[in-house]
Design a binder for this molecule. Sequence first.
Ligand SMILES: Nc1ncnc2c1ncn2[C@@H]1O[C@H](COP(=O)(O)OP(=O)(O)OP(=O)(O)O)[C@@H](O)[C@H]1O
Ligand SMILES: [Mg+2]
Length: 231
Amino acid sequence: MLKVDDVSVSYGKSQVVYNVSFEIKDDEKLILLGRNGVGKTTLLKSIIGLLPAKTGDISLNSDKVTKLKPYERSRKGIAYVPQGREIIPQLTVQENLELGALAHKVDYAKKVEEIFEYFPVLTQHLKRKGGVLSGGQQQQLAIARALMSDPKILILDEPTEGIQPNIVSDIADILTRYHKEKKVPIIVVEQNLRFARKLGDRFLIMQKGSIVAQGQMDELTDEHSKKYMSV
Ligand SMILES: Nc1ncnc2c1ncn2[C@@H]1O[C@H](COP(=O)(O)OP(=O)(O)OP(=O)(O)O)[C@@H](O)[C@H]1O
Ligand SMILES: [Mg+2]
């Protein structure tokens, strides 16, 4: 379980996230919604430690991580797939996956076989450079790389951005299956409502740095989307 308690984040003097609190249990997939610029990525970055929380606390399975550096949080099991899927384009698919295992106590050979069961397409491209793959394949590689660390929570920032619809649907299926089999909670920032509804159990909506609405995924209405989303 991840707990975010009263977290505020600023860039210098400009505050972007205001007193955000929420919890996610191991059996949940949580979708974070909201228009461009409301602070979704900033909130995620404070959870993974790339930005300091000005107030509040973040804990993973009752273990406070608020003061830990990003690599320390990553070793504790917080995995992050950033917006814009930052794989390393000059490295091969295999090398990208090896990097995902590096610094984590996992047996690469064993783990990679497990991950290929979720992302069979990657096995056909192991020796190719990440940069020559299609957008959808790069996103699958980015998620697969994050999963190589055998995380305790998976956090994804707009995984469907610029990806063709059939791959978007595949990614929802893969994440649903992984979640079910590994019992790992997932937080996804998303603007694609179809994907959000397919994947999510619960939603949070942010506006101007605060959480302004939340509920079970089937409680998300057209009113919510008109009021708080760019769709
Ligand atoms: N490095 C930075 N320095 C100063 N301000 C920033 C920085 N990064 C983001 N901001 C500002 O913080 C606010 C929230 O940005 P953030 O990227 O968290 O929004 P977002 O909800 O993820 O938006 P999007 O949907 O476009 O990805 C915006 O007003 C943005 O301009
Ligand atoms: Mg963002």
